[in-house]
Design a protein around this ligand. Sequence first.
Ligand SMILES: [Zn+2]
Length: 367
Amino acid sequence: MGELFTGHGVIQTPVFMPVGTQGTVKAVTQRALESEIGAEIILANTYHLYLRPGTRILEQAGGLHSFMNWRKPILTDSGGFQVYSLSELRKLKKDGVEFRSHLDGSTHFFSPRKVIEIERSIGSDIMMPLDECTPFPCEYEYAKKSKLLTSEWAVLNRQAFDSTVPLYGHEQYLFGIVQGSVYKDLRESSAKDLMKLDFDGYSIGGLAVGEPVELMYELVDFTTDLISEEKPRYLMGVGRPENILEAIARGVDMFDCVMPTRNARNAYLFTSAGIVSMRNAAYKDDFQPLDGNCDCYTCRNFSRSYLRHLFNAKEILALVLATTHNLSFYLNLVREARERIIDGSFIDWKNEFSRIISVNVKSTEEE
Ligand SMILES: [Zn+2]
């Protein structure tokens, strides 16, 4: 827990970063994000923005903040994960990765330096470096080789960062990404390699890729202990509300996940009683707000019956209202976590939250 100072304002941690891959958080306006949802920082993606609209347009616009008219901080993913998951015919080489665009099949090459240069064009406040994210399960020998590559690239990332300058007058920060799959000795040596390079913060990568949740918690606990408390710790791609609270308890400051936005568009809404499907017939004539404990725009103004109707009628407003609620739910959750840490009631509150969620999950399974 703490504060992160950026050229676009101070971020209170723990913080959840809505995912705005292509320079937009799907289905909500920048105005709603800032004034109704209260996002402190959003995440954009280097791979996607490099392919479309491209760095020339971004530079002409004066960077992504100006292009999308977002005044608060932006963090960019390196795009490494998308290169591995989306693009065809990727070739991993010692000095980078060659891949084909998922849009038009054109060939591109990302090196650690290239990614930093693209992130300079984007102008993100916090930049992630190129790394290799291992899948789960992952053989020890492969994880070891991959961790070595990520460490070698970290040196190149650092050099590229030190030899380039921000283009738009605000400072940019560079994080290191701790890899090492599920092997503690590899995680430890990865963290050591990165700490020597003195990054501005550290991400925990390669988790939430299908491993059992208890193993993820154990590795988060182990990895946060390796990172200096002075530096922010960012757990990439996690997760469900209860996962986030467990990771906060283990020392994580920053989170991002597509879950609240993607689930919203599929009519799955997070509430203080658990996840509900807005398509459920039970809501047909239910005129209560979606979540009586939520003060978001959606819950203040619309009933479950109306939301269900919008989803059934395939109206665009369904996606807008559901996304507004889910993001508000996540942001309120981490905000309350911060307050509970300060007043000393965090652990009891977290345990009660997890208990309610697990009771709810069981009752849905029994249906
Ligand atoms: Zn709400």
